[in-house]
Design a protein around this ligand. Structure first.
Ligand SMILES: Nc1ncnc2c1ncn2[C@@H]1O[C@H](COP(=O)(O)OP(=O)(O)OP(=O)(O)O)[C@@H](O)[C@H]1O
Length: 306
């Protein structure tokens, strides 16, 4: 379990992390989401003691990370996959880590196998592709067989196969009862991976809820309605306080009225319904809606050239 209370980090005048309080629980993947510069990496660095909070505190299994007896056995982290000595082989890199942290040598082969690097383990990591580097970083995080795992943007720059592999790995680790915290600015990715979400913008917590709750709370739920008389139904719905928009195939998209009410109205006016189905906004839409005001650098709207 990771627990933060009033966690704050200032760099001069700039507040990078602003009074964050949250709990990351075992047995699920917690997605840590926010636009660029929201404070995700700074928060993660504070969790593992690489940055000191200006105020507040964060603990790992009830203690500050620096006070843990065997930190790598409790929390494994992938923070910057490039922070590896390029002249060393993957095997050597992991072996050094294992030896300096009192971990059994056999773990090196186990984690190499787990991340699929056994074949290239003796080659210098300098020649590794981005995906291989990510796998090596993940192997290092898994080395101490920790109950808590933390990954900062692990899918950045990976190909679809690599993304799928990481997604399945996170889920498998959570299914084993481990605590998994993973940061991303790719909402579509989290939609398929995370159970719980912590969403931050400009260092502040915007949402702390399940993926489902996040979508429900932050997206206007529209209903798709196909009927025997769309124009008549649109008029009836408008009179009852609903809003309608035509869909390209002749259906109506209705908001601000529940499905039951639309069904009743159609029945009362003798309009036959062929379809009445909820249209759920994607997590991407909900996230952009929510963080619109907290994006650090916003592109100017594109102007048409005259
Ligand atoms: N060492 C530092 N000195 C000054 N400002 C910093 C430092 N580290 C981070 N910041 C600032 O703090 C804010 C949060 O940065 P952080 O890297 O934690 O965000 P992030 O959510 O991880 O973003 P990204 O997805 O772009 O990595 C940014 O405005 C950043 O410029």
């Amino acid at each position: 379990m990771i627990e933060a209370v009033g966690l704050t980090k200032r760099y001069g005048d700039r507040v990078a992390v602003d009074r964050l309080s949250f709990t990351v629980r075992p047995g699920q993947v917690t997605g840590f989401l926010g636009p660029n510069g929201a404070g995700k990496s700074t928060t993660m660095r504070m969790i593992v003691g690489l940055d000191t909070p200006t105020a507040g505190r964060v603990t790992v299994n009830g203690r500050p990370f620096a006070a843990l007896d065997n930190p790598m056995r409790e929390l494994g982290a992938l923070l910057d996959a490039k922070a590896i000595h390029g002249g060393r082989s993957a095997y050597h890199h992991l072996l050094c880590l294992a030896q300096s942290n009192n971990l059994p040598k056999r773990r090196v082969d186990e984690v190499l196998e787990k991340v699929g690097l056994t074949q290239v383990a003796r080659k210098r990591s300098k020649g590794f592709s981005l995906g291989m580097g990510q796998r090596l970083g993940i192997a290092a995080a898994l080395l101490g067989d920790p109950r808590i795992l933390m990954f900062d943007e692990p899918v950045n720059g990976l190909d679809p196969e690599g993304i799928l592999w990481i997604r399945n790995l996170m889920k498998a680790l959570a299914a084993e009862g481990r605590t998994v915290l993973v940061s991303s600015h790719l909402m579509s990715e989290m939609e398929h991976t995370a159970d719980h979400l912590l969403v931050i913008g400009r260092g502040r917590m915007i949402a702390d809820c399940t993926v489902r709750e996040f979508i429900e709370r932050n997206s206007a739920l529209a209903l798709r309605v196909r009927s025997s008389s769309p124009s008549e139904l649109a008029a009836v719905v408008a009179r009852a306080g609903g809003k309608t928009a035509p869909a390209s195939d002749g259906a109506l998209l209705v908001t601000e009225l529940p499905a039951e009410r639309i069904g009743d109205l159609a029945f009362e006016h003798g309009i036959r319904l062929y379809e009445l189905s909820p249209l759920q906004a994607s997590l991407e839409q909900a996230f952009m809606e929510l963080t619109r005001d907290s994006v650090e650098y916003q592109a100017a709207p594109l102007r048409e050239s005259s």
